[in-house]
Design a protein around this ligand. Structure first.
Ligand code: ATP
Length: 432
């Protein structure tokens, strides 16, 4: 899969067609940040909405929250992030470049200046962005931009239980921004400093953890299918004990064959009662769950599927990216699944200087727009150029109003993105 897709082609198309731009590019950029253009916003939103439908609205046992990005710093002390959310950092004594020690191809050679033996001991670098809350800039006002959405869920566990008293097992879900001061942001949006997560903490009775973990593995695979990712491009990595967090009894990293190689797409972890236990100790409030109709009480354990939006989006982009030939001409076509395509239909008059064609095409456009929302009007250039443009943004159907439409059959031409075949369809059929 994706044998011939290279990252530069995707980055270049993303910029050229208005999906994703380098953040603050006009001022020289800001490393590790990306801005989404009109089509990128639509694609990202389609992915996030699909997740929301599948894991929140589609389930009876899921409670969504939207917590603040800024939280009391005690949250990050209790969770262990202040002390241990670190990556090993080395500095080259020659060029002063700084790198993440565990991601170097050759741990003895500087990837920037190629000098050997210039790294000293690695030191632990905390990846949380610090900020000050309030007008006084002192130790007491320090807070952090959240490096994950998960802790915003844990600190609301008690609120949800008190308000809704759900039966176990149940989940709390959240989508939103996360920030990590990555030492070496790289590979397009894959490793960004500001990104988006979709996380679930699924609270269970500890005796059920193995069965619940298996269920979540299947659900993750359903998600990959819903994204249209080829089954043989997704791999399960059973994380060995020495690489797992000390509290985790089982972790699976789902990896994907990105154009940059096989890398983590998302993670699934059994986190025991580590987080709720920490909160209970630090906040001095009970996190017990009382089983309905009994005196049984315990701190629930947790299965955590942690989905990254950017990595899902990058997997979707690289799966969709296709180069083929149409009538001897090379074309680039983004073969998005219909439900993820940023634009569902493009509507054009065959010629833009014929008012009767334009009027009819506008009518069709309005009808389709009312129905699907994501419909584009395009009357620029000749029809061939319009098709190429729509292929590059992955529009599944291009509708053209021509002379036959108004003079004889009333039918419009609908071109299929993948086959390039055109069929004639009535307007009623199209908007059905
Ligand atoms: P990695 O080992 O690649 O740094 P991680 O194991 O630290 O990732 P988690 O803390 O498990 O990642 O975060 C859960 C998910 O959030 C990841 O699987 C990924 O999809 C996403 N994610 C984490 N860090 C980034 C980042 N810097 N940029 C984009 N997405 C990220």
């Amino acid at each position: 899969m994706n044998k011939n897709v290279n990252m530069e082609d995707i980055v270049s198309l993303a910029k050229r067609r208005g999906f994703i731009y380098q953040g603050s590019e006009i001022f020289g950029g800001l490393s590790g940040t990306w801005d989404y253009g009109p089509l990128g916003v639509a694609l990202k939103r389609n992915i996030m909405n699909l997740w929301w439908k599948m894991f929140v609205e589609g389930r009876e046992d899921m409670y969504p929250v939207d917590s603040a990005i800024l939280m009391n710093p005690k949250v990050w002390q209790a969770s262990g992030h202040v002390d241990t959310f670190t990556d090993p950092l080395v500095e080259c004594s020659n060029c002063k470049g700084r790198f993440r020690a565990d991601k170097l191809d050759d741990p003895n050679k500087c990837p920037n200046c190629s000098k050997e033996g210039t790294f000293g001991e690695a030191r632990q670098f905390n990846m949380m962005f610090k900020t000050n809350v309030g007008p006084v800039d002192d130790e007491a006002s320090i807070s952090y931009l959240r490096p994950e959405t998960a802790q915003g869920i844990f600190i609301n566990y008690k609120n949800v239980v008190d308000n809704f008293y759900p039966d176990l097992p149940f989940g709390i879900a959240q989508q939103g921004k996360a920030f990590r001061n990555e030492i070496s942001p790289r590979d397009f949006v894959f490793r960004s400093r500001e990104f988006e997560q979709m996380e679930i903490e699924y609270f269970i009775d500890p005796k059920d953890w193995e069965a619940e973990f298996e269920k979540w593995m299947s659900l993750c695979k359903e998600w990959f299918m819903a994204l249209g990712l080829p089954e043989d491009s997704v791999h399960e990595l059973e994380v060995p004990a020495e690489d797992r967090a000390h509290y985790s009894t089982r972790t699976i990293d789902f990896e994907f064959d990105f154009p940059i190689g096989r890398e983590e797409l998302m993670g699934l972890a059994y986190r025991t009662d580590f987080d709720l236990g920490n909160i209970q100790r630090s906040a001095g409030k009970s996190m017990d769950y009382i089983v309905k109709g009994s005196n049984e009480r315990f701190v629930p354990h947790v299965i955590e599927p942690s989905f990254g939006v950017e990595r899902a989006l990058m997997a979707v982009l690289s799966t969709a990216y296709t180069e083929d030939e149409v009538n001897g001409d090379k074309r680039i076509v983004m073969k998005f699944p219909n439900h993820l395509a940023p634009v569902k239909y493009c509507v054009s008059p065959l010629l833009k200087n014929k008012p009767e064609l334009v009027a009819k095409a506008r009518e069709v456009y309005e009808l389709l727009k009312k129905k699907h929302g994501a419909v584009m009007w395009d009357d620029n250039g000749n029809i061939g150029k319009r098709y190429r443009r729509q292929d590059e943004i992955g529009t599944p159907h291009c509708v053209v109003v021509d002379f036959e439409t108004i003079e004889s059959d009333g039918l419009v031409s609908v071109r299929n993105r993948d086959t390039t075949e055109q069929t004639r369809v009535s307007i009623e059929e199209l908007i059905k």
